[in-house]
Write a protein that binds this ligand. Structure first.
Ligand code: NDP
Length: 303
């Protein structure tokens, strides 16, 4: 019986593990894929207080090692169901095992939002990518497009422009959601072309991507860009359907909770990007981890 089981080993989940074990509780972190969550794909993190510059991968590795060295257990298993019995004990079923715990912290983050253009799924790995740092090197010397206007798209554009011949940055508005500082850096790059107020309406391909057709959101005109790679960076979506019977979700699928990270189910807390919140940042994910873990400890101590 664990005191706390945390679902998700991203920044929120691992921060929660650190706070739980330091409060003297036993903590198990269950992760579907690899530790670190979304930040592992960030080449440079420059806005985490106290750390002027670090790669996302190094940040995540430090965080995971810190949690494990303090005594948290991290296992790579997919959680398929969570049930609370009459005594308030949670039974967590993974694809291979079953675990019991006194409290649960959901920290499942979010997954990449697809473009929703015909053929996209079949072309993943054949020109469509959701991770510039993972796949960018395959497009060295080639022409590529990045789609999106947030910090991920801006970072991806800067990263890819270091290696690719040309980078088109396609965004549906003419103002960026991401940081102005990054936009200014992009404007200085000779091999980046901004394609603004435009949306991708078609993927051109044979076995692999050969181009994209973009349509102006202002006048409906269309043009084709010859690219061999398309990096989709249009935000994330939550992935909480497995917990829909346990906790309330909003209409977009985020777990409903306030800044206290408490859900409507007693003993279940939520941390990071998977909950309803306005600011989804590394610092707020870490903060949620601390809040959720301390709330879980308080709940256990009050039993
Ligand atoms: P965001 O949600 O910030 O941005 C998504 C972008 O995609 C927006 O510009 C949006 O356009 C556009 N978009 C959404 N849906 C569509 C669609 N269907 N078709 C075309 N475009 C679409 O996501 P990010 O992944 O960029 O960032 C997520 C969070 O992580 C943010 O808070 C960000 O600041 C943070 N982050 C921080 C980093 C760092 O600190 N180093 C690095 C990367 C991300 P519109 O603007 O018109 O809504």
């Amino acid at each position: 019986m664990f005191d706390v089981i945390i679902v998700g080993a991203g920044t929120a989940g691992l921060s929660a593990a650190i706070y739980a074990v330091r409060a003297g509780k036993t903590a198990l972190v269950l992760e579907r894929k690899t530790y670190g969550g979304q930040i592992v794909n960030s080449p440079e993190v420059e806005n985490y207080p106290g750390i002027p510059k670090i790669s996302g991968f190094e940040f995540a590795t430090n965080l995971c090692n810190q949690a494990k060295n303090l005594g948290a257990e991290v296992l790579y298993e997919v959680v398929v169901d969570i049930k609370r019995d009459e005594a308030g004990v949670f039974k967590i079923t993974t694809e291979n095992n079953e675990y019991e715990c006194k409290t649960v912290i959901l920290a499942t983050g979010a997954k990449n939002r697809p473009l929703g253009v015909a053929g996209e799924e079949a072309l993943i790995g054949a020109g469509i990518s959701y991770c510039a740092t993972c796949d960018g090197m395959f497009f060295r010397g080639r022409d590529v497009a990045v789609v999106g206007g947030g910090n991920t798209a801006l970072e991806d554009t800067l990263f890819l422009s270091n290696y690719c011949n040309k980078v088109y940055l396609i965004h549906r508005r003419d103002e960026f959601r991401g940081e102005e500082k990054q936009v200014a850096k992009i404007r200085e790059r000779d091999n980046v072309e901004l394609v603004l107020s435009a949306k991708v309406v078609e993927l051109k391909h044979d076995d692999v991507i050969t181009g994209v057709v973009v349509e102006s959101t202002k006048d409906g005109s269309v043009k084709e860009l010859n690219v061999q790679g398309v990096f989709v960076a249009i935000g994330q979506m939550p992935d909480n359907q497995a917990f829909a019977k346990l906790v309330d979700l909003d209409d977009k699928g985020y777990i409903i909770a306030g800044e206290d990270c408490r859900t409507d189910c007693e003993g279940v807390f939520v941390a990071g990007d998977c909950r309803t919140k306005k600011v989804r940042q590394l610092a707020t994910a870490a903060a949620d981890g601390a809040v959720a873990a301390l709330a879980a400890c308080e709940y256990i101590d009050a039993q």
